[in-house]
Design a protein around this ligand. Structure first.
Ligand code: SF4
Ligand code: SF4
Length: 383
């Protein structure tokens, strides 16, 4: 097929995106997906001939932040065109149809394409009072999710509300809000993209992976893609050297804050939060919270409104981090030398595992199982 016959290339041209930018995008996607650079060529070849997957986007108890992330009002980029390869049959916030017409479009997709569409769920699903806290077209979110996700080829729970319940599920959880995994147990091919909101780069990378390899990427214990959630914020943080050197921000706006020291004492939850924010960043890679001087609040983790608050108090219950003086001690020993810095890293990993086993009783077992699975897949030669 010549480039002039290819709708994707024509679309790039019509929107003023050069071939060079598209190649750059494919290389960037290979990097986000933690694939070798050579995978960029495969991505470029597959994405431009891929068939449009059909998408149904459900919104339940949410703030529409993930829809905003998906739509992002910036200049057209290759990423926008890749997202446009999704045929969005139903998205109640952005579709032109409304009322009965919209509900009929949803019913038609579910009926006519069983197992032939991808369901995206944004927002938590309230289960209290028989689902009465969120109804659309006279049906509860729970009924809709069971039907739509139950017939989908795969379900992507986008944002922390859809993955873990998020803010609506914070104690005392008056609506009985749950994430998809708990509200619709056993749903086929569930992929969680947690965070508040989920980063559109990770959604794009997920779509690119699917279009390129015709399957879904390896997942962690919370069913999140390892390419985006395989490492902690702390592992890749640009302030990490200051943590290891025992250099912490003590007060907002102090010299240490202005110099870019570690935010652990100001409440940073980076050591127990897993996402690729330090690498992918936000707003097309412009910056990210810690880069701006704000601690990570752990938005990608289960129960973060209950377990990560107060946001500006440092983590409790991690051995060695219960009181500020212990933080100083870790910093002191870390400054002794490179060996000590490695020891501090090992100590942090140990502490992190302990924190998880204490705060999320099932998590450690599931994390270890996922790690075993990831190791096996690695040995089996992932692309
Ligand atoms: S505690 Fe936070 S600011 Fe400090 S190195 Fe870790 S992730 Fe970065
Ligand atoms: S830095 Fe932390 S709180 Fe901020 S978006 Fe990333 S995971 Fe969420």
């Amino acid at each position: 097929m010549s480039e002039s016959d290819n709708w994707f290339m024509q679309e790039l041209e019509a929107r003023g995106v050069s071939r060079r930018e598209f190649v750059g995008f494919c290389s960037a996607m290979a990097a986000v997906l933690a694939l070798p650079r050579t995978a960029a060529e495969t991505i470029a070849a597959e994405v431009q001939v891929a068939e449009k997957p059909v998408l149904v986007w459900l919104e339940f108890q949410d703030c529409a932040g993930n829809s905003e992330s998906f739509l992002r009002a910036s200049r057209p980029t290759a990423a926008d065109i890749v997202l446009d390869t999704l045929s969005v049959d139903y998205h109640e916030t952005i579709m032109a149809a409304a009322g009965h017409q919209a509900e009929e479009a949803l019913a038609a997709t579910v009926k006519e394409r069983p197992g032939g569409y991808i369901a995206v769920v944004e927002g938590s699903i309230p289960t209290g009072e028989n689902g009465a806290y969120c109804t659309i077209g006279g049906r509860s979110a729970l009924q809709i999710a069971r039907e739509v996700c139950g017939n989908a080829a795969a379900t992507v729970a986008i944002g922390t509300c859809a993955t873990f319940g998020g803010l609506p599920a914070a104690a005392p959880n008056p609506t009985g809000a749950l994430g998809v995994a708990d509200a619709v147990p056993g749903v086929k091919n569930l992929i969680n993209l947690s965070a508040c909101p989920a980063n559109v780069e990770n959604l794009t990378a997920l779509v690119v992976y699917y279009l390129t390899f015709k399957r879904w990427p390896p997942l962690d214990a919370w069913r999140r893609p390892l390419f985006a959630y395989g490492k902690s914020i702390h592992d890749n943080c640009e302030r990490r050297a200051h943590f290891d050197a025992g250099q912490y921000v003590e007060a907002w706006g102090d010299e240490a804050h202005r110099t870019g020291y570690c935010l652990f004492k100001k409440g940073c939850k980076g050591p127990v939060t897993f996402q690729n924010c330090p690498n992918v960043r936000w707003n097309e890679g412009t910056n990210w919270p810690i880069g701006c001087g704000h601690p990570c609040i752990g938005c990608a983790e289960p129960d973060f409104w209950d377990k990560m608050t107060p946001f500006y108090a440092h983590l409790q219950g991690v051995p060695g981090f219960g009181v500020a003086s212990s933080v100083d001690k870790v910093g002191f020993w870390a400054t002794v030398g490179v060996g000590a810095a490695f020891a501090a890293h090992g100590f942090m990993s140990l502490g992190r595992r302990w924190w998880y086993s204490e705060h999320h009783p099932a998590a450690r077992e599931r994390a270890e199982e996922a790690q075993r699975r990831a190791d096996d897949e690695q040995k089996g030669g992932q692309p």
